[in-house]
Write a protein that binds this ligand. Structure first.
Ligand SMILES: NC(=O)C1=CN([C@@H]2O[C@H](COP(=O)(O)OP(=O)(O)OC[C@H]3O[C@@H](n4cnc5c(N)ncnc54)[C@H](O)[C@@H]3O)[C@@H](O)[C@H]2O)C=CC1
Ligand SMILES: O=C(O)[C@H]1O[C@H](OP(=O)(O)OP(=O)(O)OC[C@H]2O[C@@H](n3ccc(=O)[nH]c3=O)[C@H](O)[C@@H]2O)[C@H](O)[C@@H](O)[C@@H]1O
Length: 404
């Protein structure tokens, strides 16, 4: 097996999982992280995020997985992957300052006479790969560097809480490259996954009936678009079933039965049809907003994606309305919120529905007590100043109404 030297810029949910998993497969991986606290924890062998199995494979990878804040240690690699955040700007568009910052650092450190593959792992709007390519080219030319490079798009589809499973046993690997060389590098990188030739970790066996992933080889713009389209479609499915749930309540139908009934049609499928508080997290909200912004920049309205967001926001209010009705008003009432993270199995509270729900409950006069088995630390940090209402469930008592 032809193992590679790979560097990853950004050791968050995506960068760290990918880096640790690639090292587990046999590659030599250097993760560059500029958050001092995260880096200290990683260097100490501890996983700073709650992601099952990642700490274990960090341990298994041993010397093949290194952590640093020094970009010059990354440019000894053949492939340099950018996995930094792409949060929303105020107007909904993707804020590319971390991607551009990382690309700039990489370009400034690239060594003359070497050839690199820069892999864009972050979720970025169509055209970003080309922009990054032009930026690197300009910096290299200013430096009179003879370093050569290509930029390849390799969007990520992992879900938090099952990131490692999604990496090792994916449905597909998407590679957007301008030519055969980029595709070949990515094929080498993912070969053990594509061929399922690695020894699965004992705690994460290959799922029964799992078949090898497809390699979707395409152009960079289509690869960038695939990522946004996938997230928008999944968000749409959840909003759709929540919209159906609202009508079901009014006409006496059970939305779970409806989801079961439509999900058995293979053209629809059963997943992402669970009605509830709606979607949140670090990706669906920002990626649907970025898609609309991309449409706007290109003079194209996206009414379906806009409605998906609207229905989702309405769902948060709807839950509070229902509870207010059931309790006959919130005056003098305490509401217990079980679960703060945006979904079970994670400590991530980015754009969690619970945050809007708790804010609304308070605005309407309820006292709120909340608990989450994993996300209390993040909740405390995010809700600083409102600490008094985020308390451990120790104080949970009979007079408390639960919303989860
Ligand atoms: N979280 C998820 O489940 C998924 C995220 N994505 C995408 O992947 C990208 C990364 O997302 P996350 O891993 O969630 O973000 P994150 O915020 O958890 O991690 C990003 C990391 O990059 C570090 N960083 C930023 N600039 C740096 C630099 N110049 N040098 C070194 N380190 C730097 C930050 O300190 C942070 O630790 C985003 O574009 C996101 O949309 C894609 C699929 C799944
Ligand atoms: O781009 C990303 O970051 C990732 O976004 C999602 O992953 P994630 O945000 O981790 O979480 P999901 O499991 O997809 O759930 C998203 C939200 O939808 C909600 N949801 C999901 C499914 C469902 O049936 N009902 C429902 O309300 C969840 O509670 C959660 O708030 C996608 O599933 C990943 O493929 C993608 O890589």
């Amino acid at each position: 097996m032809d193992f590679m030297r790979i560097a990853i810029i950004g050791a968050g949910y995506v960068g760290l999982t990918t880096g640790a998993a690639l090292a587990y497969l046999g590659h030599h991986v250097t993760c560059v992280e500029n958050d001092g606290r995260k880096l200290a924890s990683l260097k100490g062998g501890r996983c700073p995020i709650r992601e099952p199995g990642v700490e274990e494979i960090m341990r298994d990878a041993g010397e093949r997985l290194l952590f640093t804040s020094d970009i010059s240690e990354a440019v000894g690699a053949d492939a340099i992957m950018i996995a930094v955040g792409t949060p929303s700007r105020e107007d909904g568009s993707a804020d590319l300052r971390y991607v551009e910052g990382a690309a700039r650092e990489v370009a400034e450190a690239m060594r003359s006479g070497r050839r690199y593959t820069v892999v864009m792992k972050s979720t970025v709007p169509v055209g970003t790969n080309r922009r990054v390519r032009d930026m690197i080219r300009e910096i290299l030319s200013e430096r009179d560097s003879t370093a050569e490079f290509q930029v390849v798009s390799n969007p990520e589809f992992l879900s938090e809480g099952q990131a490692l499973r999604d990496f090792l046993y994916p449905d597909r690997i998407v590679v957007g490259a301008d030519g055969p060389e980029g595709l070949e590098v990515m094929r080498r990188m993912y070969l053990p996954v594509l061929e399922q030739s690695f020894e699965p970790p004992v705690w994460l066996p290959r799922p029964a009936n799992y078949t090898r992933p497809s390699l979707v080889a395409t152009d960079p713009a289509s690869a960038e678009m695939i990522k946004y389209a996938a997230n928008a479609f999944l968000a749409l499915k959840v909003s759709f079933i929540n919209e159906m749930a609202g009508l079901c309540e009014r006409v006496g139908a059970d939305v779970r039965e409806v989801a079961r009934g439509i999900g058995l049609d293979p053209r629809i499928g059963p997943r992402f049809l669970q009605a509830g508080a709606g979607w949140g997290g670090s990706c669906f909200p920002k990626d649907t907003a970025a898609l609309i912004a991309l449409g706007r920049d290109n003079g194209y309205e996206m009414p379906i994606v806009s409605a998906t967001r609207l229905v989702n926001q309405r769902q948060r209010v709807h839950i509070v309305d229902k509870l207010e009705d059931a309790l006959d008003g919130f005056a003098g009432k305490t509401v217990g919120v079980l679960g703060i993270a945006f979904k079970p199995g994670t400590d991530d509270i980015r754009d969690a529905p619970s945050l809007d729900i708790m804010r609304l409950l308070r605005e309407r006069g309820a006292r709120v007590r909340a608990h989450d088995p994993a996300a209390m630390m993040n909740a405390r940090a995010a809700l600083d100043g409102l600490r008094r209402f985020v308390e451990w469930m120790q104080s949970y008592n009979e007079g408390t109404t639960c919303a989860s």
